[in-house]
Design a protein around this ligand. Structure first.
Ligand code: 5AD
Length: 436
């Protein structure tokens, strides 16, 4: 339901266009050969996904204009600079100030910020991340749909509730036509403009995935983000040809030792090569790591952030590890909420505030107020569950997933209410063309 507000094309470059939204200029990648200055377009994740008639665009714009201003005012109020923050330690202030100017954080600064414990310093960190989010991305909040096509998986990740060794879990796999229909419902009936298609690794052949993606793109304008694990270089190329433009694949842990311990038979090097190949093809990347894996050190967490930044993703996806029954880590503890929020805030500050920061469902599962906290600590994107209700309990990455019982309209209503309260517009306007 990420509403895309129509923008007017004001400049055309070789592969990019500049688009005006209520006087703000953004850039978007363009694959439409016939685009002209003055055309109205919808963009998602920095891609032009649809060209609209002027009448249609004007109608949507009229409906949005007043609300858009109201939301922007609320957000501006809630995201004022936290400086000076009485009670905050001078050492933390000295680290925060350059980050506010958009300067990247170095390894030691990231380590120090992740170790913050006092309420005043935490408050300064969170509010600064929120302020930077506002300055960089204004109040735009991307709300993507995620459709879990199958819980079949060939991997044996020790943390994961749908890993192959969990034999007691009933498996499901949507047929190609069912997958297309479910995507159509999310896009056409519920208004999603960007959809993540996800499954366990190896659940489908590349041919089946290509057909699903191609058919969805042929029938409905949308941004498709593929999340099928390591599908190989050929697989990446084939899905790009079919029309996928994003890849969601976490590297899970930047530490080769932890990675090998929890992902039997897999290699961090191979995963990173996969991500880099996707990026070279032109995919938008969504990537990140698990926060609080058993055995994870502070250094590991710092390096997770550095590695994520180095990959230059469109969106950071970090979420807490949550213990799943019938897995080798079933008895391990989840991390405290605060550690996840600090991670989101530091991610926002670490790269000058550029990347989108996802508030994950796992964070909401860890704490019912996790979504609101996450959005106020630097987060600006959400994913709503578009999987048919009957399959949701089987996509059991971890137990008691937030919103697993809620229909899509319920989730949308709840999300819109929260975004309204926080002054966020459920839009993805693409990339800001005016870097501060
Ligand atoms: N807790 C939290 N996140 C998990 N994932 C898998 N298992 C768990 C768990 N127990 C995440 C992984 C994977 C994504 C699809 O789900 O990071 O990349």
């Amino acid at each position: 339901m990420c509403y895309a507000i129509p923008g007017r094309v004001v400049a055309i470059h070789e592969r990019h266009v500049e688009v005006d939204y209520f006087g703000r200029r953004k850039t978007a990648r363009n694959e439409w050969a016939h685009l002209r200055i003055g055309d109205y377009v919808l963009a998602q994740g920095g891609f032009v996904i649809e060209v609209l008639s002027e009448a249609e665009a004007r109608e949507t714009l009229r409906a949005w204009e007043v609300l858009f201003q109201e939301l922007a005012e609320t957000d501006a109020r809630l995201s004022e600079s936290a400086l000076p923050r009485p009670g905050a330690s001078p050492r933390i202030r000295r680290l925060i100030e350059p980050a506010l100017e958009g300067r990247p954080l170095d390894e030691e600064a990231i380590a120090t910020l992740l170790q913050i414990e006092t309420p005043a310093d935490l408050d300064l960190l969170y509010r600064t991340a929120n302020h930077l989010r506002h300055r960089r991305q204004e109040n735009a909040c991307c709300v993507h749909g995620i459709l879990e096509l199958s819980n079949d998986c060939r991997c044996s990740c020790a943390y994961c509730g749908i890993a192959a060794p969990r034999r007691a879990l009933p498996r499901y796999r949507l047929r190609v036509e069912e997958a297309i229909e479910a995507a159509g419902e999310a896009i056409a009936a519920h208004g999603f403009k960007a959809l993540v298609l996800q499954s366990g690794e190896g659940a489908y052949s590349t041919e089946a995935l290509s057909e699903i993606v191609r058919e969805i793109r042929r029938r409905w304008p949308c941004l498709i983000i593929a999340s099928f694990g390591e599908i190989g270089e050929k697989g990446l190329e084939r899905l790009y040809e079919a029309g996928a433009r994003g890849i969601l694949l976490r590297f899970e842990s930047s530490d080769p030792g932890l990675y090998a311990r929890y992902r039997a038979g897999a290699s961090l090097e191979r995963r990173l090569a996969h991500l880099r190949h996707a990026s070279a093809i032109g995919y938008l990347l969504i990537t990140g790591a698990l926060v609080g894996l058993p055995g994870q050190t502070l250094r590991d967490r710092v390096r997770d952030i550095l590695l994520a930044r180095e990959l230059q993703p469109e969106m950071f996806s970090f979420g807490p590890f949550l213990p799943s029954p019938e897995t080798p880590l079933a008895e391990a503890a989840a991390p405290p909420l605060r550690e996840v929020l600090k991670t989101l805030a530091v991610l926002r500050l670490s790269d000058g505030g550029k990347g989108n920061v996802l508030v994950s469902t796992a964070l909401e599962t860890l704490d019912p107020a996790g979504r609101e906290h996450g959005l106020l600590c630097g987060g600006n994107t959400l994913m709503l569950n578009a999987t048919p209700l009957r399959y949701r309990p089987l996509y059991a990455l971890y137990p008691d997933r937030a919103h697993a019982q809620e229909s899509l309209p319920q989730q949308i209503a709840e999300t819109l209410a929260l975004l309204k309260k926080l002054g966020r517009a459920p839009t993805d306007l693409g990339l800001s063309s005016h870097s501060e």
